[in-house]
Write a protein that binds this ligand. Sequence first.
Ligand code: HSE
Length: 379
Amino acid sequence: MKIGLLGFGVVGRGVYDILSDREDVSVGAVLARRDLGQLSCAVTRDMQDILNDPEIDTVVEVMGGLHPAFEYVSGALKAGKNVVTSNKHLLCHYYKELNALAAENGVVLRGTAAVGGGIPWLTNLEKAARANAISKVSGIMNGTTNYIMDAMHKSDVDFADVLKKAQELGYAEADPSADIDGWDIQRKLIISAGVAFGVCLHEDDVPVFGIRNVSAADIKRFQARGRTCKLIASAEKLLDSVAAYVEPTLLTSDALEAAVPANFNLISLEGEHCGKQSFFGQGAGRYPTAYNVVQDLLDIQSGVQGFYTDKFADASTNNAGALHRYYVRTNAKLPALDAVVEENWDGAVVTLPVSVAQMHELAKSMLAEDDKSFFAALA
Ligand code: HSE
């Protein structure tokens, strides 16, 4: 197998390094905008060079972003080349289009590294979904935010300093908002729900609240009550819709997720016959992510066909029936919040059970008055 490697950042360099020790898969050419120094393959700025090279049978896209990644990946599929990508934004946003293109052209599209970095999550979710009905996927799906939350629980560190460290370690997205505001996790949740339930969810329908505003004082309140805060994604299959959302969650110490350290992820599925299964590992970083890209290449080489699922029914999101009690810390004065307060936590409140839909609506009003407001669900 000979690949065209699109992008030579953190993950691209990792793929190149891992493949340099192998004989069965080699890099034919790298597409990059900057000068890469001495490499053992061709380097080009022109995608046509890769599309027109008959020896390149598979394209690896690790550039990130929607454009020009979409045009390049579409071009590769149309040119009859398999595609492996680590780009969750691309897979989430163009899920149906890219799979249709792969099917039309009789080639394979894989993206295991797009969710969970180095964890074999999508490949196992695919296997679980073919043997039993999946009712729920959930967990910690972002290394950067887990790294930040873990550090803030272990010592009195500044949010911005820990984020900078995660960026230096190569965990964070180019745009930090994708991590700390939860968008990266939303995309991973949508891809996971797609594979688990055979549905297409839409980004606008999946509410997200991130950890940008969590403070040291919040963490002290949680720890005083035996709780650990993690940014959790959840998608649960309902009769004809899906309850799906991303929000900070206060876990009790017996929850597996409460113990997840550093940049690790822990993602779980709940199946009709297999029960709950959890997958733990490095959710970000050069070599773990590159490892899953290489696994996809080896799967294609050994004859794996298509995508993880061929079912792509559009589905709506319904978060009206998912109820939680919420920790809320805000200076906003909202009668709708006052009406649901149950407890006081010294400078913050805890609500009666309210729906996820209602809480995320309330959060918009809170942020409009006090842009430092924070909330977290009590699990
Ligand atoms: N920024 C992502 C994370 C990279 O921190 O998990 C892996 O998707």
